[in-house]
Write a protein that binds this ligand. Structure first.
Ligand code: 5CA
Length: 449
């Protein structure tokens, strides 16, 4: 993408309304624009990151055997009356009336609707297990929307719903999502720790929040330090096999959110030097809630013995629009964002230091086209602007590698690569720069880990 033809409204000043660094940087880097309280447009650069995050989520959901569909955002109130949640949900639910005075709501979550789909079509135990998911906009009329897309009113969620014959098999389904989440966040460059959690309005007695540690996080969390460097299950993980050992290993060390922590238990379980008591961002949550929805909504299947069985369900959410600021909270410096390659809007940026100089233009054009044919997603700063402004913009938007092309280097047959994360600079012969970038970038895509 040529920057001269792109839409990238960068801000020079830090907007006053933004309290935390990720919100400030998302506004300054032209990723989002606020439209109303807790409501944001995703501009092209931000949208590109959002879609990379979404693709990783889809990839790992599919790998774990979940099937993607898409449900509407507006839901009939009657469906929620069946589960009893229409009145219970309170003011966080946005209620709407259509022209026929039918009561509707903008879905804050989809347990009822997915249960309705299930009960319409699935009648036999032979059709289980089943896990259906979608990635779709939710609305929650939060009392205090804040921190940009971290806690907004309209936000994008991946929500998956599992259906099984009994608790034991439902826990197997839970474990598949648990392991899929470990892989999902890892591929985004995040360290997300599963912690025992409260279930709130979704319900149930088994739940984990996946937490990214950050000082700006909204929840207080308590865990064993060794949770931070546990090995992530690999791509050869058998999702049809028994995942209990992996989940046991990940839940053997103490990790709980403030709603669930028992300080005496925590201090007994974790030696003083291993205690992490910190703040964290909840990037996802998993729930097992048994027959909470299947019982009142009559979602049953016929068992092998011909008897009707209420299915056991779980639901599994990822805050897709929250993950983006969480990554920035975890990865930035004073100059701007530092994207992990796997979610970076572009993998490399060609910076032409002297637009208008025929040699620089020709070399930079060549690199841009060469990167494209090498399969590297590149941004090309071909704007006629001072070098300082280009460097500042490149650091702000955080592309992992900058390929700096200028007349002085070209005279010696050289270009420079700057690593955004470390600030390290390498001088390379013109002919080897693309191969070098390829060898740096490819392993960091994390699509094979
Ligand atoms: N139905 C269940 C799981 S599918 C559910 O709704 N779970 S949830 O309430 O925990 O939401 C799932 C994830 O959405 C959360 O872990 C969080 O990452 C994200 N999320 C929740 N509320 C917001 C919000 N106001 N703004 C941005 N993300 C949010």
């Amino acid at each position: 993408m040529r920057l001269s033809q792109y839409f990238l409204p960068l801000l020079k000043e830090t907007p006053k309304e933004a309290e935390i660094v990720s919100h400030q940087l998302m506004l300054r880097a032209g990723m989002i624009k606020q439209q109303a309280a807790g409501s944001y447009s995703w501009l092209p650069l931000g949208y590109k990151v959002l879609m990379k995050v979404q693709r990783i989520v889809e990839d790992e959901q599919n790998r774990a055997g979940a099937l993607q569909l898409l449900m509407p955002t507006l839901q009939p109130a009657d469906l929620w009356r069946e589960s009893g949640r229409y009145d219970a949900y309170g003011k966080e639910m946005l209620r709407i009336e259509d022209r026929h005075e039918r009561e509707m709501l903008f879905g804050p979550t989809n347990e009822e609707m997915i249960t309705d789909i299930f009960r319409t079509y699935v009648k036999s135990y032979k059709d289980l297990p089943l896990n259906l998911y979608h990635i779709q906009w939710k609305f929650r009329d939060e009392v205090r929307p804040r921190f940009g897309t971290m806690r907004s009113r309209e936000f994008l969620m991946k929500d998956a719903y599992s259906f099984d014959l009994d608790r034991e098999r439902a826990v197997e389904a839970y474990n598949r999502m648990f392991v899929a989440y470990l892989r999902t966040y890892h591929r985004m460059g995040l360290v997300a720790i599963p912690m025992r959690a409260e279930t709130g309005p979704i319900g149930g007695d088994l739940s984990h929040e996946f937490i990214v540690l950050a000082d700006t996080g909204e929840s207080a969390v308590f865990c064993h330090a060794d949770m931070l460097d546990k090995p992530i299950p690999g791509p050869d993980t058998d999702f049809r096999g028994d995942l209990t050992p992996i989940v046991k290993d990940w839940t053997s060390l103490y990790a709980a959110t403030e709603d669930m922590v028992d300080m005496a238990e925590y201090e007994a379980a974790v030696p003083a030097e291993k205690r992490i008591s910190a703040r964290g961002i909840e990037v996802g949550q998993t729930f097992y809630f048994g027959t909470k929805y299947s019982a009142p909504m009559k979602a049953t299947v016929t068992g092998a013995d011909g008897k009707e069985i209420e299915v056991h369900m779980g639901s599994y959410g990822v805050g897709v629009t929250r993950v983006v600021p969480a990554i920035i909270e975890a990865s930035h410096d004073d100059a701007g964002i530092i994207w992990p390659v796997s979610v970076a809007p572009f993998e490399a940026e060609v910076i032409n230091l002297k637009v208008g100089d025929p040699e620089s233009d020709a070399a930079a054009d060549d690199f841009y086209l060469g990167l494209k044919s090498a399969g590297i997603d590149a941004l090309y700063d071909d704007r006629d602007q001072p070098a300082g402004a280009k460097f500042a913009a490149a650091d702000l938007i955080g592309i992992p590698y900058q390929l700096i092309v200028g007349p002085r280097g070209l005279k010696n047959g050289e270009v420079e690569i700057k690593h955004r994360k470390t600030g390290e600079r390498e001088t390379l012969a013109l002919g080897s720069a693309i191969d070098r970038l390829k060898s740096l970038i490819e392993p960091q895509r994390l699509d094979k880990v």
